[in-house]
Design a protein around this ligand. Structure first.
Ligand code: DAH
Length: 334
């Protein structure tokens, strides 16, 4: 075999072996076997001294090119193996349970809200959201609540002193409008959220509290669907002895409108027969017209409950202000 052929064959062997090294020590051993003092490639370089002058330039050139190729294969493989060595043997499983003891807990209002949301999700409702700083249009006008309606009174509403008369939403019903403006029917949503009213703080009122709004729009929706849905959710939340009563009422954005009263053993224990718990009704055709739904085609119902009311019933709490004081002696009990 000529020297040139030997260079080619040793180079091939070196590159193949380097590329197949599985670990860094093996790679370094291979490097030594070819490029080390007694290495196979080094041995070829030593032969340069014993070849004729005429052969030397071509052999030198081939030798240099082969060495470059071997070194580049070495560097490449080294990078790959170093990266492999830096990675954990098995990828981390972030779904494994943590070892740390759980610190703290959810606020009782968050727990009740989560339970209500879960109960509605089981029935196919999605959660929607909207701004707490609203405009009069979404809070009142679009809900068929005219400018002279007492609900807008400065006694009831916090207006923000800024252009466009923004206000703190007095109910989550504003989100009904925002959702219907954005998408066509059918709609099945609930909206948990914070609302604001100039109620004086006493044992059962606070200037800010939480509501859950519900809206269901489709073809041929009936009051029967409303009653069935609300009853199923309250039984789920507060026990199977729950009874509901629907009384006629007035809301400008529903027709007919109803109020829902609730009773169970807890209510009896509080010395009452019924507790008012929610407002609801069939969505008023004017509301549908305002958002561009055809009231001849679509029908729907809506409701709004107070979350604090439900939490107070569930836990037998008689003073709403306890929820906002953040006294750990109170919070630790949930
Ligand atoms: N927005 C009402 C309130 O804050 C509650 C309510 C009544 C919501 C009837 C509704 C509804 O969606 O249809 O007291």
């Amino acid at each position: 075999m000529s020297l040139l052929e030997q260079i080619e064959s040793v180079k091939q062997a070196a590159v193949t072996e380097l590329q197949s090294a599985e670990e860094l020590p093996a790679l370094e051993r291979t490097k030594g076997a070819f490029l080390g003092a007694g290495g196979r490639f080094t041995a070829l370089m030593k032969e340069m001294g014993s070849i004729s002058k005429e052969e030397r330039p071509a052999a030198g050139k081939a030798m240099n090119a082969a060495k470059l190729e071997i070194e580049s294969a070495l560097v490449q493989r080294r990078e790959t193996l170093e990266l492999k060595a830096a990675l954990p043997a098995e990828p981390a499983d972030f779904t494994l349970p943590g070892r740390r003891r759980r610190v703290g807990r959810l606020h009782p209002l968050s727990q009740v809200t989560d339970d209500i949301v879960r109960a509605f999700r089981r029935l196919g409702f999605a959660v929607a959201d909207g701004p707490e700083i609203e405009d009069e249009y979404h809070c009142f006008d679009a809900l068929n609540t005219p400018a002279d309606h007492p609900a807008r009174d400065a006694q009831d509403t916090f207006f923000v002193d800024a252009a466009g008369r923004p206000l703190l939403r007095t109910h989550t019903s504003s989100v009904q409008i925002r959702v219907m403006e954005k998408m066509p029917p059918p709609i099945r949503i609930i909206v948990p959220g914070r609302v604001y009213r100039r109620d004086n703080a006493d044992a059962t009122h606070n200037p800010t509290f939480h509501q859950i709004e519900g809206l269901y729009v489709d073809r041929n929706v009936t009051v029967g669907d409303l009653k069935g849905t609300v009853e199923a959710v309250f039984r789920d939340l507060l026990g199977s002895d729950v009874r509901l009563r629907f009384r006629p009422h007035y809301f400008s954005y529903t027709e007919p409108s109803l109020e829902i009263d609730f009773t169970n053993a807890l209510v009896k224990k509080l010395g009452k027969d019924w507790l008012e718990i929610a407002g609801c009704g069939m969505v008023h055709p004017k509301v549908f017209e305002t958002v561009g739904y055809d009231p001849e085609v679509w029908s729907g119902w809506a409701f709004g409950f107070g979350i604090e009311r439900i939490a107070m019933l569930r836990y037998g709490i008689t003073d709403i202000r306890l929820f906002y004081e953040n006294d750990v002696r109170f919070l630790r009990q949930f």
